[in-house]
Design a protein around this ligand. Structure first.
Ligand SMILES: [Zn+2]
Ligand SMILES: [Zn+2]
Length: 384
């Protein structure tokens, strides 16, 4: 019914991070930092000629290349994404890769960090570095009618949830102590002289990884991460009229963050199973029926299959094969709106392959009455 989708299938592959920063692949930490500062200064969005998109990309490149582990990943397989402890942590067997806001889904928090990093202030005035859990992206497959009329859909979801043993604190006694390295701030500040002048930098505290707290009695259930992988069933409200490629976003239903920091979101991309009977175009629906010659000639009242049971359809006398009858308001409910689309019925003609003797006589008589001289077996007639 559902399957996880690895993030890299959804985004374009970014330009090589080394190219972005304009450094050699062999560049050392110092060279990367220097190239980043130069590039970030040049493209800073507050500056004239600045370029926010470029700035973002550069930041992203720096986030990866300045981190040994991420850089190694990038060198191996291109653009990286942040899973809990890297992509290897969950693995496809454990339900696939969650992905983080840290890479392609760049968050404003990262920007805040970088502004602070570059210009010596913390834009958001945060006192703690709190990292949010990862978003989870899934495909939600819906039957034609479920998508059309909505309802509750149950899905099975594997995600990181707060560890019950330690209440998400990572500490067996549920009482982590204040980190002495950063004095509970989650970050450390350093002031340095550089070619750009005095730069005050704020860095994530390595000791507590930004939590501001450290576990004095690490929880064994969750390796002191404060979260564990669980599989559960979840009811999802599907709005009527949803269609392919639309996304249902469930805020806070993604992976919980490390040590009970807020959870990411759950993003469900809709895939609608096509119907054998109906073809959808937004809120409008097309269907097809075949009628016999007398019905088309004389007209008829017939029942056809609608989206919700039978509908009566009036066939006018003299209806041509291929004509379309419109049934207003018999289509799909308009997503987040009022009313419904229309049902378009294309009328075809079916020709009997065998007829009885009596039918043959009547048809021949009919042809005669209409001035037609049927010359069967004489193929010459058709070749002229
Ligand atoms: Zn725990
Ligand atoms: Zn700390």
């Amino acid at each position: 019914m559902i399957r996880r989708r690895a993030y890299y299938t959804l985004t374009h592959v970014a330009a090589d991070y080394y190219n972005l920063l304009g450094v050699e692949r062999s560049a050392n930490e110092e060279e990367i930092k220097r190239a980043f500062r130069k590039a970030a200064h040049k493209h800073h969005p507050d500056k004239q000629g600045g370029d926010a998109a470029k700035f973002k990309e550069i930041n992203e490149a720096y986030q990866v290349l300045s981190n040994q582990e991420k850089r190694a990943q990038h060198d191996q397989c291109g653009r990286t994404f942040d899973g809990p402890g890297g992509p290897a942590a969950g693995g496809p067997g454990a339900g696939g890769y969650p992905f983080g806001a840290g890479s392609a889904g760049f968050s404003t928090e990262d920007l805040g960090d970088i502004f602070g990093d570059l210009f010596g202030f913390n834009r958001r005035g945060r006192t703690r570095v709190r990292q949010r859990g990862d978003d989870i992206q899934l495909i939600l497959r819906l039957d034609f009618n479920d998508a059309a009329f909505g309802g509750t859909k149950e899905i099975e979801l594997t995600r990181l949830t707060a560890c019950e043993s330690c209440a998400g604190t990572g500490d067996k006694n549920k009482a982590p102590k204040k980190c002495s390295t950063c004095d509970g701030l989650g970050k450390v500040r350093e002031v340095r002289q550089t070619i750009l002048g005095t730069i005050a930098q704020e860095r994530l505290c390595q000791e507590c990884q930004g939590d501001g707290k450290v576990a004095s009695h690490p929880c064994m259930e969750c390796s002191s991460q404060g979260r564990v992988r669980t599989t559960e069933r979840l009811g999802v409200e599907v709005p009527a009229g949803i269609d392919n490629d639309q996304i249902i976003k469930l805020s806070g239903q993604g992976d919980v963050g490390r040590r009970a920091t807020p959870a990411g979101d759950l993003l469900l991309t809709i895939r609608v199973t096509p119907s054998d009977t109906f073809v959808r175009d937004g809120a409008d629906v097309k269907t097809h029926i075949d009628l016999e010659y007398p019905q088309l000639v004389l007209g008829d009242e017939i029942d056809i299959q609608g989206l919700q049971g039978e509908l009566s359809l009036s066939i006018q006398s003299g209806t041509q094969p291929g004509s379309i009858v419109r049934l207003r308001g018999e289509g799909i409910p308009i997503l987040n709106g009022n009313g419904r689309g229309d049902l378009f019925v294309e009328v075809g003609q079916v020709t009997p392959k065998k007829v009885s003797k009596e039918e043959r006589e009547l048809l021949e008589k009919l042809a005669h009455l209409r001035g037609q001289n049927l010359t069967r077996k004489k193929r010459r007639l058709f070749s002229k």
